[in-house]
Structure formats: structure tokens, C-alpha cells
Design a protein around this ligand. Structure first.
Ligand SMILES: Cc1ncc(COP(=O)(O)O)c(C=O)c1O
Length: 371
């Protein structure tokens, strides 16, 4: 009987995530599994918490990983912090911020959006102005907007949110690991991310952190958190309880992978990892511009880990991506929503963020576009 696993390609993942996996992480994923209530496993969970605090720039006790992808982290953050009728402001300049707003609405928040054009950063003055009414209990924003390649200035919005009495929620799904993150210093109350981008692990986990204020809100709700699986109060009894209380069967091997991926980041050094992302990005932009291509986003607002390049007139978007994948075994991403067919999204995330990978992609693109 044929086994399809034997025929899978070894693909260089340069799309919007997942990114390629370091060999050390594959080895960790393949280790003998452990029970989710095993004392050695609890030690490993403590190690994950400690590393996440470092990468996130926080001392928050409630720093854990949700067993689920980035969307589960988004859902966990919102379902714990929103009570029906809560007024919330979501700043939208791309697909994922729009998802944040939609999810918050489904959970009963009364959502106002403050919209900025896709491909442009949000303007802090405008956000401050809207917050100053004091009308909002929650502010939600995306740090690295994966749909456009724009970096948003979240570092400036914690203090105005606090002055306005709003909890500040940040989506760091694409940014965490590849961009500076100082959750405490920047006044972030809750942040969620994912395992499969700049962290360098397969998809399946979503690191989150909640400040004391956020945990207070989750604990002091008038009714229990409506989602049992994502209830931070229950999850903390598993991650931090004494004794630890069973909540769900944690996917142990995924936790092994995340632990190892975080170890690698710590061994390389946070700043060295960010520098590697920046350098790969600059190398890519220079190469693309050298080929006559243009970037969607203005230079100061570009993300290093997610590069959006305008597809030249007359070039067939899907055909180019298909040839990259079929012939060169390289994955890049297409445009989302309004940008579909207009841009390619080139991810340089985690273990993929290397100049040699950039050279491989540029060589392949040159061959295809020359025709
Ligand atoms: C900014 C952002 N938020 C949320 C998500 C959703 O994460 P996931 O696809 O891991 O569920 C993504 C996925 O790419 C993202 O880029």
C-alpha cells in the first residue's frame, strides 16, 4: 500500500507561515511522549513559561500556551476579557484586525472599528483621540499585519489605553520572536501569538500572556467564561496550580517542540534573532528592487518577517506561485482580501529567515519572471 508521506516534497516555506522547522525542533517533536500530568512534563511547562516571558518581555504569572493555533489564542484572549455589551475599539488596517473585530462581535462586545487603509500603518493620534472619550473597555490591535506587511506602532498605545480605562489586547501572531516585544513596558494587558512563524515550531500552539489586570477581569466576571476549553482561570490551575489540576490532555510532543524552539531563540539571543530577520529582509528587498519589483509598504513601516511585493503588470500571480512550488519547491503566499492578485507575501520567519533562503528564492523568481 502506498504511503503518501513517502512522496511529500521538502518545501522551503517562505510564505506567511508556517515557517521551516529547525532539525533540533523536529528531534524534540519526535521524543518519547509523556503524560500530561507527569512531574517532568510540569517542569517542561515551567521552562516554556520562563522562555515565553523572556520573548514577550513580561513578568506576568499568566504566561502560558493555548493548545490550538493563533486563532485559538485570539479566541482565548477575547472570550476571557469580553463580557456581553462591553464597548470595544478595534483598529483595523488589514485582514487579521478585521477578524479580531468580527470575533469580538460574536462574543457580545459592542465593537467600533477605526479603519486605516490596507498597506498603511495606523495613526496613533487618531487612536488616542477615539480613546479619550473614555467610552471603551477594551482596545484591540494587530502588531504585525500579515495581510499587508505593515508594522503597527503598538508601543505607543498602552498608556493612552490605560488612561482611558481600557484593557489593551495585542495580536502578536506574526511578530513574536522576530520583532522587539516589551509587553509590560508597553502597557499590554493581553497578548497572543502562535508557534509556527518566528518561533520556529509547527502550527498547533498559541502562546498567550495576561497581565494582573486582565486576569482580574477574567476572574471577576459576572458569569463564568463561556468557553470551558479556553478559560484562563481553569488553565492557570493546570499551568500554575498547587497541586496542578487536570484541564485538558496537553499535546505533549508539541510542547516539546515549542520548548526546544524557545531554547534555540534563547541560545542565539533575542537581539541576534531579530537582527537575522532584519538582515534577511533587507537582502530580499534589495534583490527584489534590483529585479525592478516594488514593495507595497513604505520603508519605515515594513515588517522584516512578512514582505509584500507588488506583482508586476501582466504577470500571472497563480502561475508564478505554482511554478515556484512545483519546480523549485518553494512556497510563497498570495494576497488576501482586497490585495488578492495584487501582491505576493514572502515570509522570512524563524528558521526560514536566512540570506541563503532569500538567494534561493530570488534565483528562482528571476528565472520565472525572465520568461
Ligand atoms: C496576525 C494574525 N493573527 C491571527 C492569525 C491566525 O492564526 P492561525 O492561522 O495560527 O490560527 C494569523 C495567521 O496567519 C495572523 O497572521
Amino acid at each position: 500500500m502506498a504511503n503518501l508521506l513517502e512522496s511529500l516534497d521538502d518545501v522551503l516555506l517562505l510564505g506567511p507561515g508556517p515557517s521551516t522547522i529547525p532539525p533540533e525542533v523536529y528531534r524534540a517533536l519526535g521524543r518519547r511522549t509523556l503524560g500530561h500530568m507527569d512531574s517532568q512534563f510540569f517542569e517542561l511547562m515551567d521552562g516554556i513559561k520562563e522562555s515565553l516571558r523572556l520573548v514577550m518581555g513580561t513578568a506576568n504569572r499568566a504566561t502560558i500556551t493555548i493548545s490550538g493555533t493563533g486563532t485559538a489564542g485570539m479566541e482565548a484572549t477575547l472570550v476571557n476579557l469580553i463580557e456581553a455589551g462591553d464597548p470595544m475599539l478595534v483598529v483595523v488596517n488589514g485582514f487579521f484586525a478585521a477578524r479580531l473585530a468580527e470575533m469580538a462581535r460574536r462574543l457580545g462586545a459592542v465593537v467600533d472599528t477605526l479603519e486605516f487603509p490596507w498597506g498603511k500603518p495606523i495613526e496613533t493620534k487618531e487612536v488616542e483621540k477615539r480613546l479619550s472619550s473614555g467610552a471603551y473597555k477594551i482596545l484591540g490591535m494587530v502588531h504585525a499585519e500579515t495581510s499587508t506587511g505593515v508594522k503597527n506602532p503598538i508601543q505607543d498605545l498602552g498608556p493612552p489605553a490605560r488612561r482611558a480605562g481600557a484593557l489593551f489586547i495585542v495580536d502578536a501572531v506574526t511578530s513574536l520572536g522576530g520583532l522587539e516585544m516589551r509587553a509590560d513596558e508597553w502597557g499590554i494587558d493581553a497578548l497572543y501569538s502562535c508557534s509556527q512563524k518566528c518561533i520556529g515550531c509547527p502550527a498547533g500552539l498559541s502562546p498567550v500572556t495576561f497581565s494582573e489586570g486582565a486576569m482580574k477581569k477574567a476572574a471577576g466576571r459576572s458569569a463564568p467564561v463561556p468557553n470551558y476549553y479556553l478559560d484562563m482561570n481553569l488553565l492557570m490551575k493546570y499551568w500554575d496550580g498547587s497541586p496542578r489540576a487536570y484541564h485538558h490532555t496537553a499535546p505533549a510532543n508539541m510542547y516539546f517542540g515549542l520548548y526546544q524552539a524557545l531554547q534555540l531563540i534563547r541560545e542565539e539571543g533575542l537581539e541576534a534573532v531579530r537582527k537575522r530577520h532584519r538582515e534577511a529582509h533587507e537582502h530580499l528587498v534589495a534583490g527584489l528592487e534590483g529585479m525592478g519589483l516594488s514593495m507595497l509598504v513604505e520603508k519605515p513601516h515594513r515588517l522584516p518577517m512578512l514582505n509584500t511585493v507588488l506583482i508586476p503588470e501582466g504577470v500571472d500571480d497563480a502561475a508564478v506561485r505554482k511554478e515556484l512550488r512545483a519546480v523549485h519547491k518553494i512556497e510563497i503566499g498570495s494576497g488576501l482580501g482586497a490585495l488578492a492578485g495584487k501582491i505576493w507575501r514572502i515570509g522570512l520567519m524563524g528558521y526560514s529567515a536566512k540570506k541563503e533562503n532569500v538567494d534561493t528564492l530570488l534565483g528562482a523568481l528571476r528565472k520565472i519572471l525572465r520568461r
